[in-house]
Write a protein that binds this ligand. Sequence first.
Ligand code: ATP
Ligand code: ATP
Ligand code: MG
Ligand code: MG
Ligand code: MG
Ligand code: MG
Length: 269
Amino acid sequence: GATMAKSKFEYVRDFEADDTCLAHCWVVVRLDGRNFHRFAEKHNFAKPNDSRALHLMTKCAQTVMEELEDIVIAYGQSDEYSFVFKRKTNWFKRRASKFMTHVASQFASSYVFYWRDYFEDQPLLYPPGFDGRVVVYPSNQTLKDYLSWRQADCHINNLYNTVFWALIQQSGLTPVQAQGRLQGTLAADKNEILFSEFNINYNNEPLMYRKGTVLIWQKVDEVMTKEIKLPTEMEGKKMAVTRTRTRPVPLHCDIIGDAFWKEHPEILD
Ligand code: ATP
Ligand code: ATP
Ligand code: MG
Ligand code: MG
Ligand code: MG
Ligand code: MG
């Protein structure tokens, strides 16, 4: 093909740093809401878990997976989501800044775009932002350990928050008193407080809160209406047609143990 004429300014391109992600490694992009402690307060999030906010986060993550290339699994909890690109991806020549900025901007614009679908009567008061980072993991084990780390974090925070907010909402403690009460307690102590003081069996709390959300590609049947045009009729006939599509499907399951990975070996292919 024809070579583009280069201006004498073109040399400045050489100042761009090479940020190619190491070949054959898993590329993970993790986003986290900027100052969502404040954002949650201003938008009246339910405590400890606002399910509208969690479902909106997952909708945004599904949009990211549908719009961008080569994401094989995503995991989200609280105000964060991690996206894993397949080992052999060559999207944007594996440039870290392209992965990170495309994920972050697609996610943030989706958060605003879909806000009303989840927060019907709660107006969006200011534009939210998300930070992003890229980490490459060299083996299946380190990738699985990364995801386990995020799910363990979800569990630890959620157990703490569940007791913390029960002490405030049901026992009338102030946040400072609730924090003092929980200082130095172990997981077993927190479970015990929940059970004896609030009659809550932590294991019966919703899975989405305890495990977070895993998104993987699965075949789903989708019913859509299609207009069938017949030569004899002016108006087309509306018909229900079922199509099988591959979509990012949310699961709230354990990903720390081996069972999940044995059930879905194709993810790590
Ligand atoms: P940073 O900008 O450093 O990330 P942050 O305020 O976002 O600051 P995080 O550690 O990311 O701090 O914590 C996110 C906070 O957002 C939680 O502590 C919680 O207060 C709030 N939050 C996020 N999602 C929800 C939710 N679904 N329901 C209730 N609160 C939530
Ligand atoms: P990529 O994803 O690689 O950036 P792209 O289609 O965005 O692909 P660019 O080189 O960034 O390619 O070019 C942006 C294109 O968007 C322009 O070529 C033009 O067609 C269109 N465009 C952007 N801004 C305007 C504008 N203000 N008015 C008309 N067209 C515009
Ligand atoms: Mg943070
Ligand atoms: Mg945050
Ligand atoms: Mg966070
Ligand atoms: Mg462009």
